[in-house]
Structures are given as structure tokens and as C-alpha cells.
Design a protein around this ligand. Structure first.
Ligand SMILES: Cc1cc2nc3c(=O)[nH]c(=O)nc-3n(C[C@H](O)[C@H](O)[C@H](O)COP(=O)(O)OP(=O)(O)OC[C@H]3O[C@@H](n4cnc5c(N)ncnc54)[C@H](O)[C@@H]3O)c2cc1C
Length: 399
């Protein structure tokens, strides 16, 4: 895009954000009203079309909006509705009908309607295309049966982005369909799954003869794999693609703890470890900036998988380092009472962040799977062994 066009877009985004913050001062405006106004001004996802919460400009300018709003103490849609904002919104805008975009995007953005992602099943996580939950058409409705697992925030959700098998005789990637399911509909049961932080951030979800109108299909019947790729690519960017300020995030905690140590116990070997982590955090940040610039109008490619993989290992190692600096204090943990949190990935202590970071190399696709994507799609290495690609799903042996 021409430089003067980009400069014009940047100026418009900055001016509109200033206008938003002055017309709706965050200190005296309810979060839902503020976010609603943000959506209406096209500042929700700036790269989305006009009328769907965007301005049809380069996605790189969202950073300007987010930073100005954060500085003014305004609310964040991502914090209220992380799966909705980061993954379901971009999927609805790419695959939804005009009616679906009108119905879903604004309350998703304001956090009045929380969303969850119903992809993983007990028998299919990495091999998500092998899933078994069934959708059978009955007139103008789908009848859904099956089980999903690890469904983050399902206990708070109004809507779920669900992928089911609608044609068992097609090859596995071709027989899938994506629908939007009302999480309060009859036959939907949500059960907590407790994780090692003590929280139950995610859930098992059971569907028993749940009826979903066919008009709630996202994309066409059989498009489920392509629809879910949009979700997964955005998920990887949401998890690993954030562009924090230099020296912020987990590495800031490590530096803070280091600086709190008495000077006589700041040994050079530990300082060396801290410096190596700091350099890796900065390299990851710069790589994400570069990846963000090559991303076309917000449609992420394999670079999202690289950022996701790098940040998973780095987060784990940085929090391990923090625990080491805390010494015996790092073993103290508040309470293991089961809590059903009202958002995901919130850390109020280093030990909790340390425990929660273990999930980073699993959620949104494991690091092994990210390495496969990196090897195949970026480095052009020979592909993973796939023996069930050409066989109808119903004929693939499974236990
Ligand atoms: C905190 C958290 C939140 C989550 N939230 C959601 C959510 O909201 N919605 C949702 O649908 N899912 C969610 N998930 C599920 C997540 O997407 C899956 O856990 C993930 O895709 C891995 O699947 P799996 O657990 O079935 O492991 P498996 O796929 O069974 O993998 C087991 C092991 O085998 C390895 N492996 C598998 N295939 C390959 C391969 N081809 N090459 C090399 N190694 C391989 C994996 O790396 C892993 O080490 C969440 C998970 C976590 C941890």
C-alpha cells in the first residue's frame, strides 16, 4: 500500500481514538457503553469492514487504538472476552452472512455476550480434523450429539463456535461443518475441568440432541475445516503474536525480582541467565513486529505459529527463572479452592503465572505441531506422515 495512503489511515485512526476517549471518558463511562461506541466508530478491529466494527484499514493501526485507550484507563474487549475477541470475531467476519455479522459482532466486542471455541474432543486435539461430534440435518435444524473438551470460558458463554462432522463418508477434512450454538440451548451441559492452578478456566461440554438452526451455519456445509483454520490462525496470533512494550510482560517480572535481590547475592551466572532471557524476549518481540507487518489485512499465516511456539517456551523458562529467584517463597501458593474465573489467563501472582504457563505449549496447538507447520510451510521440509488423508472418515481405524 502506498506510503501516503498508510499515513492518512494512521492519522484517521489516531484522531478517531482521541475523539472516542474525549466523548466517552473512561473514568465516567460504563465499559459496555465505551466498547459499544468504540465498535460503532470502527475502532474495534480496524481492519474489519466498515459497519462490522472496522474501518477497512491496515491491522497494524489497531496498536494505536489499544495504546491510547489503555493510557486513558479504558476497558479492553480482549480482557472481557478473549476467545470472542481474538478468534470468534475474526471467524464471523470472514465466514458469516450479513445477518450473522450484524447479530453477533457488537455484543461480542462489548463483552455482553461471551464466546467459546468448541473444537477439541477427547479423541482429537492436534488431529482436530478427525473429530467425532455429529451434526445430522433434520429439516431446517442440525441435531448435535457429542463431547467437546478444554472449552475455555464455556461456563460464561452465550455462544459457542462449534465444529461437527456432518458427512462421515467424506475424507476427514471435507466432512466438517461449523455452526454457532446457543450455549443455553436444551441438551448443552457444561462441566468444570480443574487445572493445576486450582481454577476451572475450562470445561467439558456435552451435546445431547441439541438443535441448532441451519441458518446458524458459518460458511457452507462441508466448509468446517477452512472456517476453523481462520479461528486457529487467529488463535495463534492472539496467544503468541502480541507486541508488548520493550521489557514488559514476563521478562519485566524477572527483572523486577532480580533488582529486589540484595546486591551481594546478585551472582554473575544468574545475571547471565537473565540477560539471555531478556535478549530472547526482545528477539520474539521484534519477530512479531516483522510478522505483523507482513500479515495481509489481518489474515494470519504460518508466522503466527512461529510466534506462538517461541513465546510458549520463553514464558515457561522466564517464570521458572522467577520461581528460582523467589527461592522458598516461590513454593507458597494461596488457595487451591476451585474457582470458576470470569476471564482466562489472569495471573495475580508469580507462582500462579508459573503454573499457568505450563499450558502455553499445549493450548492453541502444541509446540510439536507448531514445529511441523514451521518445517513444512516455512522451511519447505518434507511433510509429516499422514496415512488417513485419502480415506473416508468412517473407514479410518480408531479406538
Ligand atoms: C489452557 C488450555 C486451553 C484450551 N482451550 C481450548 C478451547 O477453548 N477450545 C478448544 O477447542 N480447545 C482448547 N484447548 C485444547 C487444545 O487445543 C489441545 O489440548 C491441543 O490442540 C492438543 O490436543 P490434545 O490435548 O488432544 O493432545 P494430543 O493431540 O493428543 O497430543 C498429545 C501429544 O502428542 C503430540 N503430537 C500430536 N500430534 C503430533 C504430530 N503430528 N507430530 C508431533 N507430535 C504430535 C503433541 O504435541 C502432544 O505432545 C485448550 C488447551 C489448554 C491446555
Amino acid at each position: 500500500m502506498a506510503t501516503d495512503v498508510l499515513a492518512g489511515q494512521e492519522q484517521r485512526v489516531a484522531e478517531l481514538t482521541d475523539q472516542l476517549v474525549s466523548q466517552y471518558p473512561p473514568s465516567s463511562t460504563h465499559a459496555v457503553e465505551f466498547l459499544g461506541a468504540q465498535y460503532d466508530m470502527g475502532l474495534a478491529w480496524v481492519h474489519f469492514p466498515v459497519g462490522s466494527g472496522g474501518l477497512d484499514v491496515s491491522p497494524k493501526f489497531q496498536k494505536i487504538v489499544n495504546e491510547k485507550i489503555a493510557r486513558a484507563g479504558g476497558p479492553s474487549s480482549y480482557a472481557r472476552n478473549p476467545i470472542g475477541y481474538g478468534m470468534c470475531g475474526p471467524t464471523v467476519v470472514e465466514w458469516g452472512t450479513a445477518e450473522q455479522k450484524d447479530r453477533y459482532l457488537r455484543p461480542l466486542f462489548t463483552g455482553e455476550e461471551i464466546w467459546c471455541q468448541l473444537f477439541s474432543e477427547p479423541g482429537s486435539g492436534s488431529d482436530f480434523a478427525g473429530l467425532s461430534a455429529k451434526g445430522v440435518r433434520d429439516g431446517e435444524e442440525w441435531i448435535i450429539n457429542g463431547q467437546k473438551v478444554w472449552t475455555t470460558l464455556a461456563h460464561l458463554s452465550k455462544w459457542g463456535l462449534l465444529v461437527v462432522r456432518t458427512d462421515a463418508d467424506a475424507v476427514k477434512h471435507a466432512g466438517l461443518t461449523a455452526v454457532v450454538v446457543d450455549m443455553q440451548a436444551q441438551g448443552v451441559e457444561v462441566r468444570p475441568l480443574r487445572q493445576m492452578t486450582g481454577e476451572a478456566e475450562f470445561n467439558e461440554v456435552y451435546f445431547t440432541d441439541t438443535r441448532v438452526p441451519v441458518s446458524e451455519t458459518l460458511g457452507n456445509v462441508g466448509d468446517g475445516w477452512r472456517v476453523s483454520l481462520t479461528t486457529l490462525m487467529n488463535e495463534r496470533v492472539a496467544i503468541g503474536g502480541a507486541i508488548p512494550q520493550k521489557g514488559s510482560g514476563p521478562i519485566r517480572e524477572a527483572v523486577r525480582l532480580w533488582q529486589q535481590k540484595p546486591v551481594e547475592s546478585q551472582d554473575l551466572a544468574t545475571k547471565d541467565q537473565l540477560m539471555k532471557l531478556w535478549i530472547r524476549a526482545e528477539v520474539a518481540r521484534l519477530t512479531n513486529i516483522r510478522a505483523g507487518q507482513s500479515r495481509k489485512m489481518g489474515v494470519p499465516g504460518p508466522e503466527g505459529s512461529i510466534g506462538k511456539m517461541a513465546s510458549a517456551d520463553l514464558n515457561k523458562e522466564t517464570y521458572e527463572f522467577c520461581i528460582k529467584l523467589l527461592g522458598a517463597e516461590g513454593m507458597l501458593y494461596g488457595s487451591y479452592e476451585m474457582v470458576r474465573p470470569d476471564t482466562a489467563m489472569s495471573f495475580d501472582s508469580i507462582p500462579k503465572a508459573f503454573l499457568r504457563a505450563r499450558a502455553n505449549s499445549i493450548e492453541g496447538g502444541t509446540s510439536e505441531v507448531m514445529r511441523n507447520i514451521l518445517g513444512e510451510r516455512v522451511l519447505g521440509l518434507p511433510g509429516d506422515v499422514r496415512v488417513d488423508r485419502e480415506i473416508p472418515w468412517s473407514k479410518v481405524p480408531r479406538n
